[in-house]
Design a protein. Structure first.
Length: 430
């Protein structure tokens, strides 16, 4: 290594300037050119600073020392390429150098940062429902806020553990703690993105799959999980006076918010008293909405709603007549979209407004607070109470049997194991 001009005179650390005195332990020696005399001499760096031979330099700003790495990452015979990283500690800088050199040696070094990897992975989800894509993007937001600029090859299990702790402490958009559920979503989305890096042999293993997700805290809320039949009847009585009375009957019959907002008049057979579920209209985080096919084949079904909610068709006829009057008033401004839930100009309503309307109706009726989706839970428990087989209830709600039991009766798994054990025990005893 050729001698370089020493930045400092005297017997001091050439990096930070601390006086060496008579100390020698941990001080690294190197040869340099004295800036005053021009002669070569032995100089030193202290244990708190990088050695002269390392691709690390100490930098100070406002009295705070950090360590900048400038490392050659080009393979032999290729044009020179460098990677730069500024670290808070010397140990972190040295670890980065060691890790990067190992990846260069193995041919797995990538200049991609976490943000680039995640964006590339998100761009491959073209066959996925738009609302699901937006869900992944939202889940990754706190990951990118903390680790977006980190090199993919540099992320370790300890970094993921530290991210979990940070997210639970202040990972929200306004600095608020994230719930365990949101943290798990972030972990899952990042793991899928890093799976791509493993597949492409950028990294050997996925650190996001080596951590234990946080457990959900017990739910402490004043909200009920679902309504009893008397409470459902009370809501029915209150909602029958609402302009969307016929649509509320469809919700009470188990249709989701996406189902009723995707419903078109062509899907309603007034004579037969049936409704066909063919599509869903879902809210997007961007503020708009998207029309999509149901997320499973089981969701496509025809429901004889008039048989289970008598009077539904009459209420839907009233709604259609009201829309015909709106159309006359709107004239050329009317948009003939064909949807059942529209505004005064025929334009599809935002799905969130339906949920807000539900909360207002329930509150006016003096009912316990539940989510709109919990109407399906109310129906599932009612069907169970009158002896409807789980497979039939699952078909009505648009689920497979496994999803139905896991969603509405998760405790049945343990009960089923116990019942099977008791039955076999009795058979053995005979």
């Amino acid at each position: 290594m050729s001698a370089r001009v020493l930045p400092r005179s005297g017997n001091v650390c050439q990096s930070c300037g601390v006086d060496r005195g008579k100390r020698s332990s941990g001080w690294a020696a190197f040869t340099g050119t004295d800036r005053d005399t021009g002669a070569e001499r032995i100089a030193h760096t202290c244990p708190e600073c990088p050695e002269r031979s390392e691709p690390i330099r100490r930098i100070e700003s406002r009295g705070v020392a950090r360590f900048r790495v400038v490392l050659d990452t080009s393979a032999k015979g290729q044009a020179r390429q460098q990677v730069t990283r500024t670290c808070d500690t010397l140990a972190e800088a040295r670890a980065f150098v060691e890790t990067t050199r190992e990846h260069v040696r193995r041919g797995t070094f990538s200049r991609d940062d976490v943000r680039t990897l995640c964006e590339r992975w998100l761009s491959t989800l073209t066959d996925m429902r738009e609302v699901t894509q937006q869900g992944y993007r939202s889940a990754l937001r706190p990951v990118l806020a903390r680790l977006g600029d980190r090199s993919v090859a540099d992320v370790r299990v300890r970094d993921v553990d530290e991210w979990i702790a940070w997210a639970r402490r202040e990972g929200g958009m306004r600095g608020q703690p994230l719930s365990p559920r949101s943290v798990r979503y972030g972990l899952a989305a990042a793991a899928l993105a890093f799976d791509r890096a493993v597949r492409d042999e950028v990294i050997a293993s996925n650190p996001w799959r080596k951590v234990k997700p946080p457990k959900s805290a017990p739910k402490v809320t004043g909200d009920a999980h679902y309504w009893t039949r008397d409470q459902v009847a009370a809501f029915r009585a209150a909602s029958d006076a609402d302009a969307l009375a016929g649509v509320w009957r469809l919700s009470l019959a188990g249709m989701t918010r996406a189902d009723v907002h995707g419903l078109q008049w062509d899907d309603v057979d007034m004579d037969r008293g049936t409704v066909r579920v063919e599509r869903g209209r879902v809210a997007l985080q961007s503020g708009g909405w998207a029309v999509e096919a149901p997320k499973s084949e089981q969701r496509k079904r025809t429901l004889p709603v008039e048989r289970v909610e008598p009077g539904t068709m009459a209420l839907l006829r009233s709604l259609r007549a009201a829309q015909a009057a709106d159309r006359l008033r709107a004239g050329a401004a009317w948009e003939d979209t064909g949807y059942v839930i529209v505004d005064a100009l025929g334009r599809p309503e935002q799905p969130e407004r339906y949920s807000e309307r539900f909360r207002r109706l329930a509150s006016r009726a003096g009912l316990p607070s539940i989510r709109l989706h919990a109407l399906r839970h109310s129906l599932a428990h009612y069907l169970d109470s009158i002896g409807v087989p789980p497979s039939a209830s699952a078909a009505w709600l648009g689920h497979t049997l496994a999803v139905f039991l896991d969603t509405y009766f998760p405790e049945r798994g343990a009960m089923g194991v116990e019942q099977a054990a008791e039955a076999m025990e009795r058979a053995i005893a005979v």
